[in-house]
Ligand binder design. Structure first.
Ligand code: NAG
Ligand code: NAG
Ligand code: NAG
Length: 478
């Protein structure tokens, strides 16, 4: 059992999960916890540390949280190896990387946590991403109170959580069927086509196994935190709370939404302020498909074609490696001429800053959960082109439930005509006004949640109290 000391504040051990969409809210969570008076030891995988620090500071000899600490927060930053050299190409050796994550990384974490705990008598507890399947083993070995952090909506959490039920009813794997499911606690009705991509196919990969395993593990967590807002998912959250302590504490944003002193991004960020400031309010479509998925070249081609046919300004993030490269350009003829005038192509950006710019009038998005929350926060309606994982399910919330976005690709294939048409509808006219009105309402819900008496703020304080009580209770029991 870890030593506990009544006179000290709780101390979170946070080892981040290596995907961009997970890193962003996890860092924000660390800062928020520290701002509530907790101590935090935060570790990135060392290859992630290299990527972030090189991208932002052009050196790896840097403490990413130095600024947080100098502002008075009790956060120590360190790194942990995933067992491969920093320069190992993890994307190209995806399965080898996953296997190691599943079978070897837990020992690294064990060693890391063991060393930390023996170095001081802090009131340690474990705060891990829900995908960190090693957490139960480590928590058990060291007798640590444990918290699981879910970076996606409660709807998605609940679907994974009820995987066995969905399997019993024959709805997972989906295998192309479209059927209504109405028996998952808290979810009145959802079409199987809106299930996450990992439920769609019957061919189970190692990745599926890790995710499904994560949802066995989470059922033993002492506390679950979710980057969502109570008022947006009331029934689902209430149903989950019947099972386990579940706190909606989102949206987790940096204290200053657009300026982030603590680097979170894996790629260098282009600054497009000057270009954006030269455009009139609401005239620019922002296009980004996130940090992870590759996109079919044909899709890029049709989107570019749609932008070419249309008349709106656009700023488009084309990440290095977003398309599996063959020879030849990825844009149709004439596209580059257009981009000189009303379009800007960039490799990556500080998305919060872009979305906040008054010139932005719409967002063509893959519906990653961070992107959805940020777009709502900035009052920017969306065109949804989900690619995989929870993005498919997030689309349902954005388009069907909140009515703050439009679908793209109603047919089987995306066409430039449809792209042009949807952009037109999104950016101006009656439907556009309706979307803006609705997004104003959802935005208000997010804003209210983060006020002093708002649900997320109160839930966070409850969590802080409950986790402290649990730590000190175990302290007494010892
Ligand atoms: C951070 O490290 C310093 C120096 O090693 C130590 O004194 C301090 O207690 C640590 N704080 C946390 C939150 O681990
Ligand atoms: C990054 O650092 C290297 C080595 O110190 C230096 O040669 C290079 O010019 C730097 N690049 C930028 C963009 O500052
Ligand atoms: C959390 O701790 C409990 C003991 O309190 C343990 O049984 C469980 O496996 C741990 N779960 C996770 C997810 O760490």
């Amino acid at each position: 059992m870890a030593a506990t000391n009544k006179n000290q504040k709780p101390h979170a051990i946070m080892i981040s999960f290596h995907l961009q969409g997970h890193i962003i809210p996890f860092v924000n969570l660390a800062l928020k916890l520290a701002s509530k008076g907790f101590s935090v030891t935060f570790a990135h995988l060392d290859f992630i540390h290299h990527q972030i620090s090189k991208s932002h500071y052009n050196t790896t000899e840097i403490d990413i949280f130095a600024q947080a600490r100098s502002s008075g927060l009790d956060i120590n930053y360190t790194t942990i190896s995933d067992g491969f050299p920093v320069e190992f190409d993890r994307a190209a050796n995806f399965n080898q990387h996953l296997e190691s994550f599943m079978y070897k990384f837990p020992d690294k974490v064990d060693e890391f946590v063991g060393n930390l705990i023996s170095s001081s008598d802090s009131n340690y507890f474990l705060l891990a991403d829900t995908f960190s399947i090693w957490s139960a083993k480590i928590a058990k070995k060291y007798g640590l109170v444990n918290v699981s952090f879910w970076t996606e909506p409660a709807l998605v959490f609940s679907l994974y959580y009820h995987l066995d039920l969905l399997r019993e009813n024959g709805h997972v794997p989906v295998n192309g069927r479209t059927e209504i499911v109405d028996y998952v606690p808290g979810i009145p009705s959802i079409n199987t086509k809106d299930f996450m991509s990992y439920f769609q196919d019957s061919d189970l990969q190692l990745l599926h196994k890790i995710i499904f395993r994560a949802f066995d593990v989470v059922k033993s967590a002492d506390f679950i935190l979710c980057n969502t807002v109570h008022e947006l998912e009331i029934a689902i959250i209430s149903a989950l709370q019947q099972k386990q302590p579940f706190y909606s504490i989102g949206p987790l944003f940096p204290a200053d939404f657009s300026k982030t002193a603590i680097a979170r991004s894996l790629l260098p960020e282009s600054n497009s302020d000057e270009w954006l400031n030269s455009k009139s309010p609401g005239s620019v479509l922002y296009v980004s498909f996130g940090s992870l998925a590759k996109i079919d070249k044909k899709v890029i081609f049709e989107i570019a074609g749609g932008l070419l046919l249309g008349e709106v300004n656009f700023i488009w993030v084309i990440r290095p490696g977003i398309v599996d490269f063959d020879s030849g350009g990825i844009f149709p003829e004439g596209f580059e001429d257009v981009t000189r005038d009303r379009g800007l192509i960039i490799p990556w950006c500080a998305q919060n800053q872009v979305l906040l710019n008054p010139a932005i009038g719409g967002f063509l998005t893959h519906c990653g959960w961070n992107s959805v929350l940020e777009s709502v926060w900035c009052g920017v309606p969306m065109i949804c082109y989900p690619l995989f994982t929870d993005q498919i399910t997030n689309r349902k919330l954005v388009v069907d439930d909140w009515r703050v976005g439009l679908n793209l690709c109603d047919g089987e294939f995306i066409t430039r005509d449809e792209v042009k048409e949807k952009i037109g509808i999104l950016m101006s006219g009656k439907r556009s006004d309706e979307l803006r009105k609705e997004i104003g309402k959802v935005r208000k819900i997010l804003e209210n949640a983060l006020t002093k008496d708002g649900s997320s703020e109160r839930n966070f304080d409850c969590f802080v109290k409950d986790v402290s009580d649990e730590i000190f209770k175990r302290c007494k029991e010892m």
